[in-house]
Write a protein that binds this ligand. Structure first.
Ligand code: CP3
Length: 357
């Protein structure tokens, strides 16, 4: 339900540091959370996952709730991210896939022809009762801490479906895009519908914001992104506008695409560590005619560089983030499995204290 809806007054969650920053409004401090804050860097995550596959864990509300809450309890981050994976909606509609430890999603029969598209249909709420259950329980347990729902963007999910697994160069995906644009657009359009349906379930169950991950979009030129990807991501953002929740968008190595990703319809643009936030704000303003809140962008590699190296980076990022109407502190990509939870905790405390207003 929209924040501005006349039949609903703002809740304490609406006034949380995260949602205020995401809406470009001043708040008590710069909010901070980490992509992949739940996961192998946490000993309590490794313990609870013992003997359960990733896919199974994502389908069990007891595990989803506990794993989502682990980093919130430990770090006091300003937002929770729903524990799931970008391939879960595909799994829910029957696509044969696995999530291999240390590798990522692996698809048994990669998409090669129009016939292969029949497997890719939007999720119905009845396909994913465990998503609605988990989100509702989480929202109850989180109190005023917002829950971020998420989905994979059409390009990044298509890459797993077309390549059959993780890829460095996304060569088969690009070959399909350029060699059979009709099939590409049909696939990406279906994946937009998948993301819309999956995000709608999360929002309707109580998620306060959503993030559309186009992690691998940075593999594309701006021209290819504009022609083959942006319309499909734009379809996702447009369909979600009615809910009034902030829509975040993120990809790695997307310095050249920040304006186009903003134009796709994001309310908050995620930035990796390669572009300073003030420069990111300039690129977004130039494309959209108006600055937008940004999210980022500490280089995850620095987490193992020692506090003397990390602290000045936090100061620099907080200062550069002032150029935006709202800044959500995050890493430039996910928490590495080798990250020390003590360091992450120290980053959270430092960001919240240094930015307190
Ligand atoms: O804490 C969180 O951020 C929430 C959980 C989350 C996971 N996947 C859990 C996960 C989120 C938001 C994702 C999204 C996701 N999945 C993306 C977009 C974000 C990004 O990192 O760019 C992508 C590209 C994927 C695909 C995927 N799934 C990869 C690359 C991997 C990692 C492979 C590995 O083991 O290193 C996965 C598996 C996965 N998803 C794990 C987790 C915690 C590891 C599973 C394990 O613990 O064995």
């Amino acid at each position: 339900m929209p924040f501005t809806s006349p039949d609903r007054s703002p809740t304490a969650t609406d006034r949380s540091a995260f949602l205020l920053a995401a809406r470009g409004e001043p708040g008590p401090h710069t909010p901070v959370w980490f992509m992949r804050q739940a996961g192998r860097s946490l000993p309590e995550y490794r313990a609870i996952r013992e003997g359960t596959t990733m896919l199974e864990s994502c389908m069990r509300p007891d595990l989803v709730v506990e794993i989502t809450l682990q980093p919130v309890r430990r770090y006091g981050v300003d937002a929770a991210i729903f524990f799931s994976d970008i391939v879960m909606p595909l799994k829910a509609v029957g696509v044969d896939l696995e999530i291999k430890p240390g590798v990522g999603p692996v698809v048994a029969s990669p998409v090669r022809s129009a016939d292969d598209l029949t497997a890719v249909r939007p999720v119905e709420p009845s396909d994913v009762p465990y998503i609605a259950d988990s989100v509702k329980q989480l929202v109850g347990e989180l109190g005023t801490t917002p829950l971020i729902g998420f989905a994979g963007a059409p390009f990044t999910v298509a890459s797993y479906l077309v390549e059959g697994g993780p890829s460095k160069d996304h060569a088969k995906t690009k070959a399909l895009m350029h060699g059979d644009p009709k099939l590409w657009h049909a696939l990406a359009d279906r994946l937009a519908d998948v993301a819309i349906a999956y995000l709608a379930v999360q929002i309707e169950s109580g998620a306060s914001a959503i993030q559309l991950f186009d992690s691998w979009a940075g593999a594309l030129s701006p021209r290819d992104y504009a022609e083959y990807v942006q319309p499909h991501s734009a379809k996702v953002f447009a369909a979600l506008e009615q809910y009034g929740v902030p829509r975040l968008h993120f990809g790695v190595n997307t310095g050249e695409l920040l304006g186009l990703m903003s134009e796709a319809g994001a309310d908050v643009v995620g930035v990796d560590w390669r572009v300073p936030l003030d420069e990111a704000v300039r690129r977004i303003s130039a494309a959209s005619g108006t600055p937008k809140p940004v999210q980022g962008n500490l280089d995850p590699a620095l987490l193992s560089a020692g506090w003397e190296a990390i602290e000045p980076e936090i100061d620099r990022i907080l200062a550069e983030g002032q150029a935006a109407p709202g800044h959500i502190f995050n890493l430039g990509h996910g928490v590495p499995p080798t990250a020390d939870p003590e360091v992450l905790h120290r980053v959270v405390r430092a960001v919240q204290q240094k930015s307190a207003r």
